[in-house]
Design a protein around this ligand. Structure first.
Ligand code: DGY
Length: 329
């Protein structure tokens, strides 16, 4: 009898594929780009499970293409704005993400962007390679100090907290805004709570975004918020591109409203090579690599695989997004 199938939308860590293969027929999309929509719809119709990435839009049409046989979709990502959770719950499909395993790696990258943007690491490298660096000069490539500066964290979830912990090592003052106040984190790490986002933006030398993309946060960092930041401040985004209004950011950077931006995520992704932001020297853009360490990508794939097997075997999924599907409530 043929075994149930799982469609994996990208090549992933072999350990995760091997784990899935203990119980399932595993088909891996061989391209390095997302499967086209028609392929995704067709494969969904043949499978009990999908293992997806942030680029795969799992909406009602895809979920319905499972014709009731699709049981679980596991995102190899902590973010899940590519999922229609309500439709999945209605259609009885369990969803999962990968919180926890990528927290520290993503915080490392947020810090790398703080450092790279402030200290002009990328521009310096470009100039050295192009032969434009001619001599040491007291004013060349100067930027703000990171140590001793004030960091504003917008969204103190797991990743935001890890960024705060790294900031301690740089002797920074850390402010945070989160809808839920975290007195224990304030006490343990000396963080200062801001009752709203504007208070954090006004005080911070560096602002790091760690909120999920929702209708409320889409383009949250627009003209009004950017204007509140200091003209010397640097904005870092490792969350989701659409949280920032890129036209407003471009204008703010061009006009000196803020001093710089380090972006691991953009809108759209990939950002188009002729995007005006890429003409500015005070922007560092990385290709959505917050979780891209070898160990973390392996752990993410394994966690996604474990979620799939748990769902199919009626066991508690390690990180289910809609457990009501499983408990029948
Ligand atoms: C996530 O996990 O949400 C990242 O953006 C993809 O690694």
């Amino acid at each position: 009898m043929p075994r149930p199938r799982v469609f994996v939308t990208r090549r992933m860590a072999q350990e995760a594929l091997d784990l899935l293969a203990t119980e399932l027929d595993v088909e891996v999309w061989p391209d390095d780009h997302a499967p086209p929509r028609d392929v995704l719809l067709k494969k969904t119709g043949e499978c009990v499970a999908l293992l997806t990435t942030v680029e795969d839009r799992i909406d009602e049409a895809v979920l319905a293409a499972g014709h009731g046989a699709l049981k679980v979709v596991a995102n190899c990502a902590v973010g899940f704005d590519n999922f229609d959770i309500q439709a999945a719950t209605r259609l009885g499909v369990a969803l999962s993400n990968t919180p926890g395993v990528l927290t520290k790696t993503t915080a490392d990258l947020a810090f790398a962007l703080i450092l790279a943007t402030a200290r002009q690491v990328v521009q310096g490298d470009r100039d050295v390679r192009a032969g434009r660096w001619k001599s040491w000069h007291p004013f060349a490539y100067t930027g703000p100090d990171i140590h001793g500066a004030t960091l504003g964290i917008i969204g103190l979830g797991q990743i935001g907290l890890e960024v705060a912990r790294r900031a301690m090592g740089f002797e920074m003052t850390v402010l945070y805004y989160d809808p839920v106040r975290r007195p224990e984190a304030e006490e343990t790490y000396g963080l200062t709570f801001c009752p709203d986002i504007p208070s954090a933006l006004k005080e911070a030398d560096f602002v790091s975004l760690h909120v999920p993309l929702t209708p409320d946060t889409r383009h949250m960092m627009g003209r009004d918020y950017l204007k509140l930041m200091k003209p010397t401040a640097i904005l870092v985004n490792t969350a989701r591109g659409a949280i920032v209004d890129h036209q407003a950011l471009y204008e703010a950077l061009r006009d000196g409203v803020i001093a710089g931006a380090g972006l691991d995520v953009t809108e759209p992704e990939p950002i188009l090579p002729d995007h005006p932001l890429l003409t500015l020297p005070n922007v560092v853009v990385t290709p959505h690599v917050g979780s891209a360490s070898l160990q973390t990508r392996r752990e993410m794939a394994l966690l996604a695989a474990r979620n799939i097997l748990a769902a199919l075997n009626g066991r508690e999924m390690p990180t289910c997004l809609n457990p009501e599907v499983l408990d029948g409530s």
